[in-house]
Design a protein around this ligand. Structure first.
Ligand SMILES: Nc1ncnc2c1ncn2[C@@H]1O[C@H](COP(=O)(O)OP(=O)(O)OP(=O)(O)O)[C@@H](O)[C@H]1O
Ligand SMILES: [Mg+2]
Length: 283
């Protein structure tokens, strides 16, 4: 069995025999990586993820998961997936949902582990005994995330995992993702929150115009597309503005752009302002 968690080769997808969404997508996701997939709405991120999971059939090309063709059922044994529109069964209690999910991996729910995991994600462990129908959107998302983490699968595939989470929960999720990742654990996820991508991803892939426009580290992307802020570098990338950064990008985190310095002439020898002539008083 290959060590490469994901090997995507020449993947293309056409819907309804005429609507081409992606073509010729080629890249690998390596062991131990946190890999972020980015692109505008509708470019085909979810389509690619569904092809990887064999939920959609590729029109061309194929995918291997740890060296096994993704069309084979056993290829999916080593991965856990959270869909973009995650809605758990409303009638189940939180812990029943988790137990059901873990059953697919021949695992039984360890309630102590589940409670600790819930706590890490900012989900009150007490709600695990409540019906999912009573959960808010963010609580349901946290439950879905918890379900994937508890599988301890070597590969997590998450479609917009940050969606619906408040800022604290997003920070908690990022910490959990980094804690989860290890030399034998890989995370592949899509997101529109590029500051998060910049913070936690080892590599990033950009899909635009049906193809893979860029693959590399966030730092490389910022250097290649001339901006210290990943979001702006991303826009330069998809708008075809391939420029090299004027100064080397050293910081990994997004840096707030400094204001342009005031003109030298204004600071150097500022001539004393002439007093405005006083208006003559009307007599
Ligand atoms: N089952 C389908 N039949 C026809 N077209 C589809 C189908 N699923 C997706 N599409 C189309 O494929 C394109 C890509 O959709 P996809 O959901 O992959 O985008 P996305 O990059 O995940 O977008 P978002 O950021 O909004 O989630 C869209 O134009 C969408 O309408
Ligand atoms: Mg999507």
């Amino acid at each position: 069995m290959s060590n490469i968690p994901l090997k995507i080769t020449n993947v293309g997808k056409v819907f309804d025999k005429k609507k081409r969404v992606i073509s010729d997508i080629n890249f690998n996701v390596n062991k131990g990586e946190v890999f972020g997939l980015i692109g505008l709405n509708g470019v085909g991120k979810t389509t690619l993820i569904k092809v990887i999971l064999d939920l959609l059939q590729a029109t061309e090309g194929g995918v291997e998961i740890f060296g096994v063709n993704s069309k084979k059922f056993e290829s999916r044994k080593k991965l856990a997936y959270l869909p973009e529109k995650f809605v758990p069964s409303q009638l189940l209690k939180g812990n029943e949902f988790l137990n059901l999910s873990l059953g697919y991996y021949d695992k039984k729910l360890d309630i102590k582990k589940a409670e600790a995991g819930a706590d890490k994600l900012g989900l009150d462990p007490k709600v695990l005994t409540s019906r999912v129908g009573k959960y808010s959107k963010g609580m349901s998302q946290k439950l879905g995330l918890l379900g994937t983490f508890l599988t301890e699968a070597p590969l997590l595939i998450l479609d917009e995992p940050m969606s619906g989470l408040d800022p604290r929960a997003r920070v908690q999720l990022k910490d959990y993702l980094l804690e989860y990742r290890g030399k034998d654990r890989t995370i592949f996820f899509s997101s529109h929150i590029l500051s998060d991508i910049d913070e936690i991803c080892d590599r990033v892939g950009v899909i635009h115009g049906g193809g893979l426009k860029f693959i590399g580290t966030p730092k490389e992307m910022k250097q290649q597309f001339g901006d210290e802020i990943l979001e702006r570098a991303f826009l330069n990338c998809i708008d075809g503005k391939k420029t090299v950064a004027k100064k080397p990008v050293v910081a990994k985190k997004a840096v707030v752009k400094k204001k342009a310095p005031a003109k030298k002439t204004a600071t150097k020898k500022a001539a004393p302002k002439k007093a405005a002539p006083k208006k003559a008083k009307k007599s």
